[in-house]
Structure formats: C-alpha cells, structure tokens
Ligand binder design. Sequence first.
Ligand SMILES: [Fe+2]
Length: 174
Amino acid sequence: MGKNAKKRKAAPAAAAGTPVDIGISAADRGAVADGLARLLADTYTLYLTTHGFHWNVTGPMFQTLHSMFMTQYTELWNAIDPIAERIRALGHVAPGSHAQFAALASIGEAPAQPPKALEMVRLLVAGHEAVARTARAVFALADAAGDQPTADLLTQRLDVHEKTAWMLRSLLEE
Ligand SMILES: [Fe+2]
C-alpha cells in the first residue's frame, strides 16, 4: 500500500511546452508513460544487478557467467534509452534518479553481499520474469490506447526477457 503511494509520487509528470497531438488522449498517454516509467525502473535495476554480478561472480562457472552477464547487462543498458525516449515522445518526463527508480521498480536491488553463483542466476531469472510481467501489464494499456510504437517496443522487450529467463533457468537444471 505504502509502496503504491510512493510509486505514484515517483511517476513522471507531463512535460511542459507545446501540446502533444498524436491521436492518443492525454489520459492514455499518461497511463502508458507511467507504465513505461515502471518498466524503465525495472530494466535499470536489473541492469545494475547484472553488472554487479558480472564483477562479483566466483566459482567454477566464473568464465561462463562473467561473460554471459556482460552480454546481458549490455543488452539491458542499451534497452533503457528507447524506453525513456518513448516516454518523452508521449509528452512525459522520464525518471532519471536512483530515488525514482527505487520507488518505481517492482524488483529489489542486488544484495550488498554477493550471493553464490547459482543464487545469482536464480535472482536474475526472477528479475527477468518480473520485468516481463511489468512489460506485459503495460502492453495491455498500450494496446487499448492504440499506441503501436509502445506495443512494438514492449513486444521486443518481452521477447528478450522471456528468452533470457529461459537461458538462465537452463543453467539451474541438472
Ligand atoms: Fe567487465
């Protein structure tokens, strides 16, 4: 409950300036921008966790995980820019502080003490699944609003997160 109130406060405001008239109502643009702000916060948080795991992973799977995490954090880093810029195209302000990201994210930050390698993998599976759930919820809003570019972006993000979750999950199999 408190977390939700905090979330709303951290959501981006409508940007000041020339009105946006792209055939999507102000209310729908606001709802989609709020959802994209949550996706941005989730993606950024998962990026940071994955990069930290790249630095701190240990054990016999070091080389595999160190380089797999690099591929993943690079992809996540590249993803945050188009999400933020879609929020701007909808006429809203993109969140850009750790305080806002912490308030908006559905996933927690990495533990201060680095976990063992397979626990890192488990945390990343849960992270990618959580980001997929956020993207899927926002897709419903974008679809209802007739916001095709956002729906397209979310479809691409869903594909990446579900595929990455599968790859990570496969490491946990015997
Ligand atoms: Fe590195």
